[in-house]
Write a protein that binds this ligand. Structure first.
Ligand code: PEP
Length: 259
């Protein structure tokens, strides 16, 4: 059975300015050097990717785009292609963050196209899924996450799965200070893994990293990451504070090497 390297992503969203972005990236890179068993990825605003790429150069911290167009280059004013992200040093791409699904109305068909665009450009894709509060209250969490995994992975070949990570982020927990209990999160992660297994096979499912996101902080990270199917976290608010982010990376390091 393959070991899954724990992973922590920092999604800066629409925050920072060039000077803070460079300083924050430098602190993250310095901290990550002391936790070699964890893959750390930063997702800065697109306009600061080059700045952060320069700072991260030579470090173990990877760089990702928060979004990319589903189109390749061409007449798409204002859009950024996955190939452009590669060109400025990105190795990763976020797809399907709840702020894009629910704030900007991106649907599964579009997200599937973006996922394919990222893979075709040679990027590793982190696919975000998760239910809204309304869906949770209607007891639809399981249906929603299974439907999202099925729709968003449509036509993704098995050999591309090693370039894919799933982040389960209950929408009601993002930026709210509310977190799924470790047991509730574990149950959804196990379901996501089972869904990947039924779409592909058990080996692919057990190798797939599934991160948790939604108000992860230094105080709750260790309990979440101790769960059998939680392989790290996607961090929003706490990723803007180098000390908090480092504490979360260290918590992931302590949960290392499960299969
Ligand atoms: C996120 O943006 O993916 C996220 C999980 O945010 P926060 O950690 O602030 O809830």
């Amino acid at each position: 059975m393959p070991d899954r390297t724990p992973c922590v992503g920092g999604n800066w969203k629409m925050n920072t300015r060039a000077a803070d972005a460079g300083a924050l990236a430098k602190s993250v890179a310095d901290g990550a050097a002391s936790v070699p068993g964890v893959e750390v990825i930063l997702f800065p605003p697109a306009i600061y990717l080059q700045e952060v790429a320069g700072t991260l150069s030579g470090s173990s911290v990877a760089l990702g785009g928060q979004d990319a167009s589903e189109q390749s280059d061409g007449a798409w004013t204002g859009q950024i292609s996955a190939g452009m992200l590669r060109d400025v040093g990105c190795t990763h791409l976020l797809v399907g963050h709840s702020e894009r699904r629910h704030g900007l109305g991106e649907q599964d068909a579009l997200l599937n196209a973006k996922l394919h665009a990222g893979l075709e450009a040679g990027l590793d894709v982190m696919l975000c899924i998760g239910e809204t509060l309304q869906e949770r209250q209607a007891d639809r969490t399981a249906d929603v996450v299974v439907e999202q995994v099925q729709a968003d992975l449509a036509n993704v070949p098995m050999e591309a799965l090693s370039s894919l990570t799933i982040a389960y982020e209950p929408v009601w927990a993002i930026g709210t200070g509310l977190t799924a209990s470790p047991e509730d999160a574990q149950a959804v992660h196990a379901l996501v893994r089972q869904t990947v297994g039924s779409l592909y096979d058990g080996t692919s499912a057990s190798a797939m990293r599934i991160l948790y996101g939604g108000s992860v902080k230094p105080g709750n990270a260790a309990d979440l990451f101790a769960q059998a199917d939680i392989d790290g976290g996607l961090i929003g608010g706490a990723s803007l504070d180098a000390e908090q982010f480092q504490a979360i990376v260290e918590a992931a390091g302590q949960s290392c090497c499960r299969s």
